[in-house]
Write a new protein. Structure first.
Length: 395
């Protein structure tokens, strides 16, 4: 019908999912797991109706919504130092790169649209922030090779993540005498995501329909002369995790189990509406030792003689040091620590099963938190005791 009152839009949906997993063993006892993922969802709608009674059909109010997420590699900047005052050299580079990308992107648009009236870029334009964010947090310098710096937030192909395990050391002579098993571990996971994005109402269908899968640079000027982005985005975020960066799982010949891991993760989110960056960092060291013994002699006399425990006695002690910081960064203000603390935990415990009905647990827990924000107080907790458990299911 050629009614101008038609209110049923034409709609399209496009979802893409890619997953890849593989396992490799390049040599004996050395195992590598590689994975990659990409998910993208796009919804498009438009009204196809005449603007005047009896007039020709035309596209009206085209709009595009979507989201994007993929595995990524950002380890080039994973170990950059955070100073005591919470300043970051990566964020400082991000701030400086904005000026570079104003020039780079302006020149690129002029080459692609030599006769168009273009909106102007400033240091906080969305296209500029995206390009500078990628360059800084991916460890790329736009001054060295601008052509290799990415300006498209919709990355083309997912990057690999991996996990590595090696237990061949337990077969070597020196290790074999001490350990029955000895495994080294390493894991890396990184995810890049674009929060919900929506096309600007200023652009026609040819810029925002589902045939456009890349990220067009802004062309049209707004009322203030600044460039209007084709796709308006809320946030761009990176999530990275070494879990563990290095880990050890071992068991000695006399059946003592040991585990050690150093873990590190960070989450970085760029809010494109207010040009702020929120960063969450976590680093922790965890160590655990435990063993099981039977026929353990009680260290005191009962009825004048030492007794032995007939059932298994289990001992386990875990130790954790964790450093967590959440920082809000603004371009014209010093960084602000929103939350964070230095945490210490020590938790030894002893378990003994007296019978099918009764079991005992002796435990001790020492924890303290030293906060990084002035609004919080140092807190220390010590607890310990005995737990007696009665299993009614065995009655």
């Amino acid at each position: 019908t050629k009614s101008t009152m038609l209110n049923l839009p034409f709609m399209q949906t496009l979802n893409r999912t890619f997953r890849m997993n593989t396992r490799l063993e390049p040599f004996k006892d050395f195992r590598v797991q590689i994975s990659a993922t990409l998910t993208r969802g796009d919804d498009y709608r438009e009204f196809y109706r005449p603007s005047t009674p009896g007039g020709p059909y035309e596209v009206q109010s085209p709009i595009r919504n979507g989201n994007f997420q993929m595995s990524f590699m950002s380890f080039r900047t994973a170990f950059a130092k955070i100073n005591d005052d919470n300043t970051s050299p990566i964020f400082d580079r991000f701030k400086a790169y904005r000026e570079d990308f104003v020039k780079i992107l302006t020149e690129k648009r002029l080459r692609e649209n030599p006769n168009a009236t273009l909106g102007e870029y400033n240091v906080n334009s969305q296209d500029v922030l995206i390009a500078a964010f990628f360059a800084a947090y991916n460890g790329k310098d736009p001054k060295k090779d601008p052509s290799k710096v990415r300006t498209n937030p919709f990355l083309g192909f997912p990057m690999p993540n991996w996990r590595v395990d090696y237990n061949g050391l337990s077969q070597l002579g020196a290790f074999k005498k001490i350990f029955s098993s000895f495994t080294l571990e390493h894991s890396y996971q990184s995810t890049y995501s674009v929060g919900n994005f929506t096309s600007s109402l200023d652009y026609q269908s040819m810029y925002v329909n589902l045939a456009v899968m890349n990220y067009p640079l802004a062309i049209l000027p707004g009322d203030n002369g600044q460039a209007i982005p084709v796709f308006v985005m809320s946030t761009i975020s990176l999530s990275e995790k070494f879990a563990p960066l290095i880990g050890i799982r071992a068991r000695t010949q006399n059946k003592i189990d040991m585990q050690f891991s150093y873990n590190q993760d960070r989450n970085v989110a760029l809010n494109l509406s207010n040009s702020q960056v929120a960063e969450l960092f976590n680093r922790d060291i965890t160590a655990t030792i435990g063993f099981t013994r039977n026929n353990v002699r009680i260290p005191f006399r009962i009825n004048g003689e030492f007794k032995k425990l007939k059932n298994d006695l289990q001992f386990r002690c875990s130790f954790t040091i964790r450093d967590t910081r959440s920082i809000q960064r603004r371009f014209e203000e010093p960084p602000t620590a929103i939350q964070g603390n230095y945490n210490f935990q020590l938790r030894p415990q002893l378990n003994y099963t007296v019978s099918k009905l009764w079991s005992l647990q002796f435990y001790f827990d020492r924890t303290f938190n030293n906060p990084y924000v002035l609004s919080s107080y140092r807190r220390s907790v010590t607890s310990g005791g005995i737990q007696v458990r009665f299993n009614v299911a065995e009655l």
